[in-house]
Design a protein around this ligand. Sequence first.
Ligand SMILES: *Cc1c(COP(=O)(O)O)cnc(C)c1O
Length: 478
Amino acid sequence: MATIYDRGAPGRRAASTPSPKRGADELMALIPEDARRDKLPHLPQVSQPELVRHYTALSRLNYGVDSGFYPLGSCTMKYNPKLNEDLARLPGFAGLHPGLSAERSQGALRALWELGEMLKRIAGMPAITLQPAAGAHGELTGMLLLKKYFQERGEYPARHKVLLPDSAHGTNPASAAMVGFKVVSLPSTSRGTVDLEALNKALDNEVAGIMLTVPNTLGIFEDEIAEITRLVHTAGGLTYFDGANLNSFLGRALPGEMGADIFHFNLHKTFSTPHGGGGPGAGPLAVSDTLAPYLPLPDVVLEGEEYRLSWDRSQSIGRVHPYHGNFLVSLRALAYILLLGDEGLKEVSAGAVLAANYLRAKLEKVFQLPYAGLCKHEFVLSGQGLGDVRTVDIAKRLMDYGFHPPTVYFPLIVKEALMVEPTETEPLEILDAFVEAMIRIADEAREQPDTVKQAPHTTPVRRLNEAQAARQPVLRLP
Ligand SMILES: *Cc1c(COP(=O)(O)O)cnc(C)c1O
């Protein structure tokens, strides 16, 4: 692909500006001497159509939820209503300076307050912060709260261990370790759930808490979750639930009732902000009364008819983000919740679970499914058993059939993992087309394995060295 510098010719312009009334020398004199340059910057010289064609062509090299099915496990790459984008672009919101006084930003503060109230109700928990900017940032904030709680009680560093099932999301152990906790891995049972016996053995007076991915990365809900949280609480620890994939039980069950002390949302997965391209996102954190005194500041509070900021919390861990987090992401979430209402939110989880089980039931006839049974929002196949065709080959071949590949080689407890999350927004014919492509690839793996092993054949670039792109990024034009 040519760069914009490879197009055009000297003198071509994409825009015309009125010719200046003053001469070049006179204009130059207006620029402070130390800011002047002898040489003009090296800029592309292209006409407007060349410019438009260049970027339109680039956009077509990309793949997104607006181009097709994107079953990237654990990422909830669903369709999001464009209405919420319009809303986030309203000048009254988008142009608002976050440093403006409370009197002059009542509408924005009200939006934040209302979203906080709704998320508390959705989690069944009494307190919330909207500050964290992503799921992993919510985890980090949660771990800071956990540490602060035990510090205040004089029990840290005595309690310095965090238990993590081996089916947890990869960011969980990283977040616990970053705060200084020692990560202790818990094995799963053959059903893919936490091994209660192993949990019991691991619980001692050095354990600060447990981090549970709910549902776990196999797409399986811990059916003993109430027992798990009871055991941890009895041992003096607290419980963290990673709720990034809340579209699996949204509107149907309350983490607060399951014994969660900390619960994080991923607004950019479940609640409308498009997920991808590196952000921005939001990872609000709901907490139990035990941890409420340590939440970040400030809070938006409602007094009479007026919203204001409160700094009234002496034990707070402080700020984790400037101002109020990623405000426009919060705004999209509020719009999404208001648009759907209680019944609509329940339909989200019904659709996500139905679509995942539909695909699972069809695909387990053709691919290995190491952890069998009903799933929630996703399931994990294994690419084993197809000769020397591997999961990476299946993923690449899917692109030739017009689909984004699933998440691959995660979770680590499944060999050659293919983690499929269809989301709640795909129609039946798309799910069927995906099944058909997967079955064709399985056939090809037996009959013409080289076709699969050399895929993709139809994409703008063929197989890339993925590790090299991450380890030796080239960030400058030659
Ligand atoms: C996506 C995800 C995260 C991390 O969220 P980010 O916003 O990408 O930091 C954490 N846990 C689970 C289960 C996830 O799916």
